[in-house]
Design a protein around this ligand. Structure first.
Ligand code: S3P
Length: 170
């Protein structure tokens, strides 16, 4: 690929971070970044705490600031994003947008069935109530697809194969 970045979007728990790391393992010229991690280091505050104290709107503003900085400064990266990051107004200016798709039950199983389920839940304020999470999933489902350049069904196939296939496409 050229200088463009790969931007991984999709719902919480779909495996954006895991796929980013797998892609970098296959393509060492790329560097893995994660927007939630960037926001945590920028503010020196955990996402959970930002939601609890500053509120969701403040978090979304931090996502936009992160998007602006990435679009301006970063190349050759694979960027995993928070589940709501797709709403920034310049997503396509950052890079090729790849939507990681899976159905809601697959996602629930991946989060709640994980050996570290407690930790996975703890850092996701919007996944505390299953009904609310499902509602959010239904609201976002089409929007993710609409903004994506490439759609990948992550429930079919292992991470390694998905990473290899994706690298051929971008
Ligand atoms: C959010 C997803 C989270 C995190 C924040 C909000 C969302 O990231 O950015 O809790 O709006 O879906 P993950 O998708 O990595 O869980």
């Amino acid at each position: 690929m050229g200088k463009r970045n790969i931007v991984l979007i999709g719902f919480m728990g779909v495996g954006k971070g895991a796929l980013a790391r797998e892609i970098v393992r296959h393509e060492p010229a790329l560097y893995a970044l994660d927007t939630d991690d960037m926001i945590e280091s920028l503010t020196n505050t955990k996402i959970k705490k930002i939601f609890a104290t500053a509120g969701e709107a403040a978090f979304r503003a931090l996502e936009q600031k992160t998007a602006d900085w990435l679009a301006e400064n970063v190349t050759n990266a694979v960027i995993s994003t928070g589940g709501g990051f797709y709403k920034v107004d310049n997503l396509k200016a950052i890079g090729t947008v790849v939507y990681l798709q899976a159905d809601f039950n697959w996602i629930v199983e991946r989060i709640l069935g994980a050996h570290n389920a407690k930790k996975k839940l703890k850092k996701r304020p919007l996944f505390q109530d299953l009904e609310k999470a499902k509602k959010l999933f239904d609201e976002r489902y089409e929007a993710y697809e609409k903004v994506a350049d490439i759609v990948v069904d992550v429930s079919k196939g292992d991470l390694e194969t998905i990473a290899e296939e994706l690298l051929k496409e971008v």
